[in-house]
Design a protein around this ligand. Structure first.
Ligand code: UDP
Length: 473
């Protein structure tokens, strides 16, 4: 990669990157920080102390590898605890916003003693207060959207859906009604496939109005960055560009970083990577295992977990299941059913955490049962592994619809967690319709890899973005 050694220090852009301090968000944005640093740009990565310490455990001395990349931290009180789920999410989010903005202001001030910040890249969840601060200080603000294009486009259209009476959703019996008016997605999604907040529930501090506001707010940003690629979401991206003309697709970012060959990014910021499952996988026949994992934040009832367990057992297929200790909801006692303790048998392996990207690339893995988080979806696409989707919140319901109906690389189990359905879907994915899914999954894997290779869309967009950052410096 080219560097800008010929420029004087004062002319070098200094980008401050501020992700939401959650696993999925930091995982996505860190490769971008590394890529920019490798391009000779000064980068400051702002994170909570807690997430930063976890990150250091998995990246080794990342600062030493990238002289241009500096980490700054904040986070007292509630932010000293693990990233917040359920009960504490609301308070945690408010603290990130208030403590984060104070730190951001300090880092951007002329008196910080560091090279002047010339641009801020912020997680779109924090876009509004950051754009205000940027306006006040005269620093351009760019929004990073870590979720899919179809998610952003759905929320963007929510006001129009209310105007033409396609929203609200009128109860359970309305869930299969087809949404006809989203441009580029006409008749493609049912009410149940819309991003989860359209159902009228809240997610911690988030409600429908605030997410729709955030979607529209990104129009105020100087540019919008997305972790997706043109061959995956082309039609939706072209609609988005009517409203976000300066939109750069850079995904899949973890593969872009690999391809531009820096160091491999961490695959996970959670507990020590469990290698037991890799040894177990090594002993399994090719494509015989279904990998089951629901990301870093999803919680289940005990009853749901038992339906999945029985469905997997009855399918007679081998499985590797990641069961985080906090996978059971607190309302349900927070205690895992006995059957789901960590351990291995000939047919299955249960671990508390896995090196997911490596698992998905393993020759023994033939399918992925996932919650359809965007990172997991992209990682599965890159590895060419077909999916069974059990989406829960956020962008997951729309991602899973695209997996099954647009990309045709898996099955969408959505909303009915029943052992018979699990058993049938595992058999469909791994046996009955295996060839069909494998063929389309492998085709998308090729497209993903092409997009981050020299001349590919994400590869070229990254260089265009670097030039843009220099131009606004
Ligand atoms: N992950 C992992 N090991 C696991 C489970 C998840 O490394 O056992 C990683 C996974 O590779 C992905 C991230 O955690 O990068 C989860 O992000 P995603 O967007 O899929 O879901 P979220 O956790 O944000 O709901």
């Amino acid at each position: 990669m080219s560097t800008v050694k010929d420029k004087s220090e004062s002319e070098t852009p200094h980008v401050l990157i501020f992700p939401l301090p959650g696993q999925g968000h930091v995982n996505t944005v860190l490769p971008l920080a590394e890529l920019l640093a490798l391009s000779g740009i000064h980068v400051t990565f702002l994170n909570t102390h807690h997430m930063h310490n976890r990150l250091l455990r998995f990246t080794g001395n990342i600062e030493a590898r990238h002289p241009n990349l500096v980490f700054e931290t904040f986070g007292d009180g509630i932010l000293r605890e693990p990233p917040v789920l359920s009960r504490k999410m609301k308070e945690g989010f408010a603290e990130v916003e208030s403590q984060g903005m104070t730190k951001l202001r300090e880092l951007c001030s002329e008196r910080s003693g560091k090279p002047k910040v010339t641009c801020i890249i912020v997680d779109a969840f924090l876009g509004h207060p950051t754009s205000n601060l940027g306006d006040e200080l005269g620093i351009p603000v760019i929004h990073f959207r870590t979720a899919s294009g179809c998610y952003l486009w759905s929320y963007f259209n929510v006001p129009m859906l209310f105007e033409c009476n396609e929203l609200p959703i009128r109860g359970e019996e309305d869930m299969d009604r087809v949404i006809t008016r989203i441009p580029g997605m006409e008749n493609l999604v049912r009410c149940r496939d819309l991003p989860a907040l359209c159902r009228g529930t809240r997610e911690g501090t988030l409600d429908l109005d605030s997410v729709v506001f955030q979607a529209h707010q990104s129009q105020q940003a100087k540019a919008v960055l997305m972790n997706t690629f043109e061959d995956l979401e082309g039609p939706v991206l072209s609609k988005l560009r009517d409203h976000f003309p300066n939109l750069y697709t850079l995904g899949p970012l973890h593969t872009l970083l690999d391809s531009m060959k820096a160091s491999k990014p961490p695959t996970s910021l959670s507990e020590e990577k469990d290698r037991t499952c890799m040894r177990w996988l090594d002993a399994q026949p090719p494509k015989s295992v279904i990998y089951v994992s629901f990301g870093s934040a999803a919680v289940f009832t005990r009853a749901q977990l038992m339906e999945i367990w029985h469905g997997l057992m009855n399918s007679n297929k081998r499985f590797l299941w990641v069961i985080r200790p906090n996978l059971v909801s607190e309302q349900d006692g927070g205690v895992l059913p006995m059957e789901l303790g960590e351990g291995t048998t000939e047919r299955h392996c249960i671990v508390g955490w896995s090196p997911q990207q490596e698992v998905l690339e393993h020759v023994a893995v033939g399918g992925f049962m996932t919650h359809s988080g965007w990172n997991s979806t992209l990682e599965s696409i890159v590895a060419g592994v077909p999916m069974i989707c059990w989406p829960l919140f956020g962008d997951q319901p729309i991602n899973s619809r695209f997996v099954s109906e647009v990309w045709k690389i898996g099955l969408d189990m959505k909303d009915t967690c029943d052992r018979k359905i699990v058993e049938r879907m595992v058999n469909d994915l791994m046996v009955e319709r295996r060839e069909e899914f494998e063929k389309s999954a492998l085709a998308f894997a090729v497209l993903a890899k092409n997009s981050v290779s020299e001349g590919g869309s994400s590869y070229s967009n990254f260089y265009r973005f670097v030039e843009y950052v220099k131009s606004i410096c």
